[in-house]
Design a binder for this molecule. Structure first.
Ligand code: SAM
Ligand code: SF4
Ligand code: SF4
Length: 333
C-alpha cells in the first residue's frame, strides 16, 4: 500500500493521553495550557481494547513499528498492560515509548516486563535552573536523571531527545553532549519545529543541524554512520573515541518527507497522516458505530492512498503562521 508520493505505511505513533505533568515552552506553554484548559475527558480517549484492535489492523496494512507517546504517556493508567497486549501482535517487530522520564523510576521495571524494548527520554538541559524554566514547572534535572537510571537498570534501550531553541538552550549543546557521552547515552538533537499554533515559532529561533554540528566539532571528533533502514529519521554520527552515537532530527533544515512512512493516532482516535495536519480522520467514532475490521481497514487504506503530505518540504515563515495545525501534545511527537 503506497500513498500518492509512493511512500509505504510502516510506522504508527499513538498518543495515549493529551495531558502532561510538564509545560515545556515549545510544546505546551503554561500560559495556554493552564488550569482551565479543556483536556479530553476519559470517555473520549481510545480504550486499550480499541488501541489494540486498531494497532492490529495497522500491522495488517504494513506497520512494523509502534511508538507510544502523548502528552506524557506514563500518566495513562496501567500503560504496561497496553504494552503487554501490543507486543503479542504478530508482525509488529518494534515498540517504543517517548517520555519525559519522570515516572520511569515507578514504571521502568513493569514496562520492561511487559515487553517494551526501548525508550526515548526527553531532556533539554543539564542545568537545573534552565531546565526548570523550560519545562514550565520548575522541575529540576534530578528526577529525569533518576528516570534514566531506572530505565538503564531495567534493561531498556535509551535515547535522549533534546529540542534546541535559539537563545533558550543552545548553551547546553556541549554540556548535554558531554553528559550523554560519559553516560553512554545516544543523544538526538531535535530542531525546534512549528508544531501546533501556540508555541509562537519563528524560523529565526531554529538552530539547524549544521550549526549544532559545527558547535559539537569544537569539542568532539565525529564520524558519520550509515542509516539503519529506509525512512530512518535521525542522521547519525559516532564519537571517534567511543561507540556512543549522536543523532540529528533535521525536520526544518533538511526535511525528510520523501521517506516519511508515519501515521499518527491522537488520544481520541483521530488519524493524521502528517504531524502538521489541521484535521484528522475520526477513526474512533467509525469504530464505535460498529464498523467491522474490513471496513476499518478500507477506511485507513483510502486515507493512506490519498496522502500527499510534505509539509516540511514546503515550510516557510508564512505557512508556519497561517496553517492551522494540531498541537503536539494532542497528536504526540
Ligand atoms: N511527554 C513526552 C516527552 O516529552 O518525551 C512525549 C510527548 S512529546 C510531545 C514528544 C517529543 O516531542 C519530545 O521529545 C519533545 O521534546 C518533542 N517536541 C515537543 N514540541 C516540539 C517542538 N516544538 N519542536 C520539536 N520537538 C518538539
Ligand atoms: Fe509534556 Fe513532552 Fe510536551 Fe514537554 S514535550 S510539555 S513533557 S508532552
Ligand atoms: Fe512526514 Fe509531515 Fe513530517 Fe513531512 S512534515 S516528514 S510528511 S510528518
Amino acid at each position: 500500500m503506497k500513498d500518492q508520493l509512493n511512500r509505504p505505511l510502516r510506522d504508527l505513533r499513538i498518543s495515549v493521553i493529551d495531558r502532561c505533568n510538564l509545560r515545556c515552552q515549545y510544546c505546551m506553554p503554561k500560559e495556554i495550557f493552564g488550569p482551565d484548559y479543556p483536556f479530553l475527558p476519559p470517555s473520549e480517549l481510545l480504550t486499550y481494547d480499541e488501541i489494540e484492535r486498531i494497532a492490529k489492523l495497522f500491522v495488517q496494512l504494513g506497520v512494523g513499528k509502534i511508538r507510544l507517546t502523548g502528552g506524557e504517556p506514563l500518566l495513562r493508567k496501567n500503560l504496561p498492560v497496553l504494552i503487554e497486549r501490543l507486543v503479542q501482535i504478530e508482525g509488529l517487530h518494534d515498540i517504543a515509548l517517548t517520555t519525559n522520564g519522570i515516572f520511569l523510576p515507578k514504571y521502568a521495571n513493569d514496562l520492561k516486563k511487559a515487553g517494551l524494548q526501548r525508550v526515548n527520554i526527553s531532556l533539554d538541559s543539564i542545568n537545573d535552573e534552565l531546565f526548570g524554566e523550560m519545562n514550565g514547572r520548575n522541575v529540576g534535572v534530578t528526577p529525569v536523571k533518576r528516570g534514566i537510571e531506572a530505565a538503564k537498570k531495567a534493561g531498556l534501550g535509551i535515547k535522549i531527545n533534546m529540542v534546541i531553541k535559539k537563545g533558550m538552550n543552545d548553551s547546553e549543546i556541549i554540556p548535554m553532549a558531554t553528559y550523554c557521552k560519559e553516560n553512554e547515552l545516544e543523544l538526538r538533537f531535535i530542531e525546534y519545529m512549528d508544531v501546533g499554533s501556540t508555541n509562537g515559532w519563528k524560523m529565526k529561533d531554529v538552530i539547524t543541524k549544521k550549526e549544532i554540528y559545527r558547535k559539537l566539532q569544537e569539542s568532539f571528533e565525529l564520524e558519520a554512520v550509515e542509516a539503519d533502514y529506509f525512512g530512518e529519521v535521525a542522521k547519525k554520527y559516532k564519537y571517534k573515541d567511543s561507540n556512543v552515537l549522536v543523532g540529528f532530527i533535521t525536520s526544518v533544515s533538511e526535511s525528510f518527507c520523501s521517506s516519511c512512512t508515519r501515521a499518527r493516532l491522537s488520544a481520541n482516535g483521530n488519524l493524521y497522516t502528517c504531524l502538521f495536519n489541521g484535521n484528522g480522520h475520526n477513526l474512533r467514532d467509525f469504530i464505535r458505530q460498529g464498523a467491522d475490521d474490513a471496513a476499518v481497514n478500507a477506511f485507513i487504506k483510502t486515507i493512506w492512498e490519498n496522502r500527499r503530505d510534505r509539509y516540511s518540504d514546503e515550510r516557510t515563515e508564512e505557512t508556519a503562521k497561517q496553517r492551522k495545525k494540531i498541537e503536539m501534545s494532542y497528536i504526540g511527537g
